[in-house]
Design a protein around this ligand. Structure first.
Ligand code: PBG
Ligand code: ZN
Length: 327
């Protein structure tokens, strides 16, 4: 064992080239997932005010967008739909010809992108909750039947990965059962397993007009004071048949990412959510930091904590500026 003065760790950082060959973590487009908002109410794209640089796209702009994504090296996208009408039962979520279902079909026809689709009801219900409301609360088991209907329409449209984000107990099992029953045993489930009731979803709810009209999501999303419970959530989803498990948000929850990595061998995703994006954009506008440097540091920290996949709104920017981010 050597130590100072013969051991000098600064030798490992002497030049850019040395630092480059010794870096332990890399940013790789295979590992980044780009979210896309498709809005059935639009004729042309509209910037999301609380997420500068991120847009809601109309259906007719989608193909050009995803072809561009494929050209610049993006490998996977995660779809979110905004329907024309919202109702009590979130009917548009399981319309076989709904906005997400049509988008899945188009993207799979025109590209080789891996298509993932968020499976939830909050964008489709008039009350903005993630399931069927009864007596002022979301009815867990009743909601599962609706998630199955959504999963079936996504599968029939050709989705590669369904990503249930509603935090209902038993959602992964219910979805695995319907997929298998309908002959879709090759479709993966990426489970939003440890999804916290976070204030960091604010800009997303602006984007998707999906804020709950009463109450909050604390009876289904996790309490952010808990970490052991997150491990139980992930264990449960693995037992129910998840192919990929997720921690969400990412940056305030890297302890959970690291613990999940240590305990489980499944592919592990982390979702760097809307306000993580917006904070970094705005901080750079205020000149608290340089945008490219902070993107690199934040994404690197999520991979370093042990995520295999990162869902990031910066994916498009990284792909367009690969010489800065990708070694
Ligand atoms: C739907 C869903 C949400 C996000 C992903 N899927 C919103 C929520 O739970 O309120 C948030 C993503 C983000 O903030 O970027 N349940
Ligand atoms: Zn939801």
């Amino acid at each position: 064992m050597s130590s100072y003065p013969s051991l000098r760790l600064r030798r490992l950082r002497k030049s850019k080239e040395i630092r480059d060959i010794l870096s332990e973590t890399h940013i790789n487009l295979n590992k980044l997932i780009m979210p896309i908002f498709i809005d059935d109410n639009l004729k042309s794209k509209e910037e999301i005010k609380s997420m500068p640089g991120i847009y809601r796209y109309s259906e007719n702009e989608l193909i050009d967008l995803v072809k561009l994504y494929e050209d610049i090296g993006i490998k996977s996208v995660l779809l979110f739909g905004i329907p024309k009408v919202k109702d009590n039962l979130g009917s548009e979520a399981y319309n076989p010809n709904g906005i997400v279902q049509r988008s899945i079909r188009k993207i799979k026809e025109e590209t080789n992108l891996v298509v993932m689709a968020d499976l939830c009801m909050c964008e489709y219900t008039d009350h903005g909750h993630c399931g069927i409301v009864r007596d002022g609360t979301v009815d867990n088991d009743k909601t599962l039947g609706y998630y199955q209907k959504i999963a079936k329409t996504y599968a029939e449209s050709g989705v590669d990965v369904v990503a249930p984000s509603g935090m209902m107990d038993g959602q992964v099992l219910a979805i695995r059962e319907i997929l298998d029953k309908e002959g879709f045993n090759d479709i993966m489930i990426m489970a939003y397993s440890a999804k916290y009731a976070s204030s960091l979803y604010g800009p997303f709810r602006d984007a998707a007009y999906s804020a709950p009209s009463f109450g909050d999501r604390k009876t289904y999303q996790m309490n952010f004071s808990n970490s052991r419970e997150a491990i139980r959530e992930i264990e449960e989803d693995i037992l129910e048949g998840a192919d990929i498990v997720m921690v969400k948000p990412a940056l305030f929850y890297l302890d959970i990412v690291k613990e999940a990595r240590r305990l489980f061998d499944l592919p592990l995703a982390a979702y760097s959510v809307s306000a993580e994006y917006s904070m970094l954009i705005n901080g750079s506008k205020q000149r608290y930091f340089d945008l490219d440097s902070i993107i690199k540091e934040s994404i690197m920290s999520i991979f370093r904590a042990g995520a295999d996949l990162v869902i990031s709104y910066f994916t498009e920017y990284i792909a367009k500026n690969r010489e800065i981010f990708i070694s």
